[in-house]
Design a protein around this ligand. Structure first.
Ligand SMILES: [Cu+2]
Length: 142
């Protein structure tokens, strides 16, 4: 039993670490912080990193041009671009697909997490992409 305790402690630290998100955003982006709030309300922890040249950062990673949004986040080696709902990120971390580089919600659809404007809801898709730029719908919100 005594030997089990350090293992349990180690596992819970690993579980906690898995929820850590690093979010790169332009210093002036407000909806980015609102997305971070949404993630934190859903038990993720988010470190916000103000970044002047977001497009330079986006160029360095395998993020398809058509999927670009405001903030770029990283969790467990995956790229999370834009206003991706927490439940889609949680699903990604549960499934841990090896062939996927990340998830993105391109643009900034009204009604996506952090982009709320009253009752207006624009339908949007969460797109999974791989390093070669292949894309598929991972989740649909309509
Ligand atoms: Cu935004």
């Amino acid at each position: 039993m005594k030997k089990l305790l350090p293992l349990v402690a180690f596992l819970s630290i690993q579980l906690f670490a898995a929820q850590n998100i690093a979010m790169y955003k332009s210093p002036t982006c407000g909806c980015c912080e609102k997305w971070a709030d949404h993630m934190m309300q859903n038990e993720f922890s988010v470190k916000s990193i103000p970044t002047k040249d977001m497009s330079a950062l986006k160029q360095r990673i395998p993020l398809p041009l058509n999927l670009r949004s405001c903030h770029t986040a990283f969790v467990e080696g995956y790229i999370i671009e834009g206003h991706v709902p927490a439940e889609a990120v949680a699903k990604l971390l549960r499934e841990k697909p090896k062939d996927i580089a990340g998830l993105a919600v391109g643009g900034m659809p009204i009604g996506s997490p952090g982009m709320e404007q009253g009752n207006i809801k624009q339908p949007f898709d969460v797109i999974a992409f791989d390093k070669a730029g292949n894309q598929m719908v991972y989740a649909s919100y309509r």
